[in-house]
Ligand binder design. Structure first.
Ligand code: NDP
Length: 419
């Protein structure tokens, strides 16, 4: 028996909720709690005759700790899945500790306003110490490690595809394929076409902040910084074909390099079309990506939030998106004294994802791992307490669950390498 609260009711949450409802023996009671209650009620209505999971809904502002505690006290969840925004991660983790329940999210904490002076000071110190400039990092959530450990609770951090499955792939490669991993390239390819000149496949604020930021990679114990979108490569992806991909910072590089210091170089690449890049540069040049509020006709607005309101809702892209995603990890390293290469990845079809859940494959590839991670916790397959990323758990049962529930792995022992 598992009682779960899902916070958020956007693309990722909708997929995860669909998938949880396919396993009512694990997810017996589910509360969908989000800012816009109508979306929660509409999803409940859609699912109620198709599942034995008992669904309730609740309007909540996850910025409000008192509201969170009240809801958790009332519902008594075993697990809270935070599938809303990463701005509220710390608040929700606090509420979980107070109410003694497990926690799971899909993105590392970042602040809503990056000009907040208290956050800014610590950010500047981190740049001096570690030399990476992303707005998000794990330090804030790793500070909860001890607290969750002492409480005997799990906070499973970043349980989507990337971060998430990519770290399980690293743990899997280390367990089954390598005595030592030397290099890792994480490749995230979206070969889908939604037909709009510009739309993001997940929350526009988080997506645009990530992509427009300075890029970097990790080599020989150091972060190497490069300008945004300045390193471009071409790669032929199984199921998709040839695509341009760009080097980006991504949060799992931080955890993988911490947990596997043997890996000499870690890079992350994501594919983008020219239209996406042209639009993003234009938004940036005119200030629309700013997180600093401005006054407009007597009221305060935040430019990037205004832009989000103009763009298509990622959750609405499902019926329009055709094509496939391909996300995975390519390794080099050594097994039994011999050098070897290994590629593990998943190919997901946008139209298949839509048929099953009403959402496109980016939401699907995030929501399915979130459900599988929740299953690992509720079924007590993963029991190590603390605020941990996925490298810290046995990858086999998780990858087996992904194989069964919609995101099967493919493997190659002779992949084309990224030069
Ligand atoms: P959406 O914008 O579609 O959904 C966000 C949801 O959060 C909305 O329902 C929104 O409510 C709700 N929300 C926002 N603020 C609050 C608040 N203060 N209190 C309560 N609810 C709130 O985003 P996605 O579903 O695309 O993404 C969800 C998360 O998944 C993001 O953190 C994103 O970064 C992450 N992600 C992770 C990936 C991975 O592979 N690890 C890949 C893709 C996404 P409302 O309906 O009112 O707007």
């Amino acid at each position: 028996m598992g009682r779960v609260i899902v916070i958020g009711c956007g693309g990722v949450a909708t997929v995860a909720i669909h998938k949880c409802c396919q396993h009512p023996e694990v997810f017996t009671d589910l509360c969908i709690a989000s800012r816009t209650i109508d979306k929660c009620d509409a999803l409940k209505d859609k699912l109620k005759d198709k599942t034995k999971t008992r669904i309730t809904t609740k309007k909540i502002d996850a910025n409000n700790l008192t509201e969170l505690i009240h809801l958790f006290d009332e519902f008594k969840p075993d697990l809270v899945m935070n599938l809303g925004m990463p701005y509220q991660n710390l608040n929700i983790m606090d509420a979980c500790l107070i109410c003694k329940c497990h926690y799971l999210d899909t993105a590392a904490y970042e602040p809503e306003n990056v000009d907040d002076p208290v956050w800014r000071q610590r950010y500047e110190e981190r740049i001096k110490e570690k030399n990476f400039t992303a707005y998000f990092d794990y330090s804030y959530q790793w500070e909860y490690k001890q607290k969750f450990e002492s409480a005997g609770l799990i906070a499973l951090l970043g349980c989507g595809f990337d971060p998430g499955v990519t770290q399980a792939y690293v743990a899997y490669a280390k367990k089954h394929e390598f005595d030592r991993i030397d290099t890792l390239d994480i490749l995230d390819c979206n070969g889908g076409d939604h037909g709009y000149p510009f739309a993001t496949n997940f929350n526009p604020e988080i997506n645009l902040r990530e992509v427009s930021s300075e890029a970097d990679y990790y080599e020989n114990g150091k972060w190497i910084r490069v300008p945004a979108m300045s390193i471009k490569k071409e790669y032929v992806f199984d199921g998709v074909g040839k695509k341009d991909m760009y080097l980006l910072h991504h949060e799992e590089i931080e955890s993988i390099s911490t947990i596997y210091p043997e890996i000499k170089r870690i890079r992350f690449y994501m594919t983008f079309g020219q239209s996406y890049i042209t639009h993003m540069n234009c938004f940036q040049n005119v200030g629309l990506l700013s997180t600093t509020p401005i006054m407009y006709e007597g009221r305060e607005i935040t430019p990037i939030q205004f832009l989000k309101a103009l763009l298509p809702d990622p959750a609405s892209l499902g019926p329009r998106t055709k094509g496939k995603t391909n996300i995975g990890c390519i390794f080099t390293g050594v097994k039994d004294g011999k050098e070897k290469k290994y590629y593990i990845y998943n190919v997901c079809d946008h139209e298949e994802a839509y048929k099953e859940t009403g959402l496109q494959a980016i939401s699907y590839t995030t929501g399915v791992p979130a459900m599988c991670g929740a299953m690992m916790i509720l079924n007590k397959i993963w029991t190590k307490p603390g605020a941990n990323t996925l490298e810290e758990y046995d990858p086999d049962p998780f990858i087996e669950a992904l194989d069964k529930y919609g995101l099967p792995k493919s493997e190659s022992h002779d992949p084309v390498m990224v030069d």
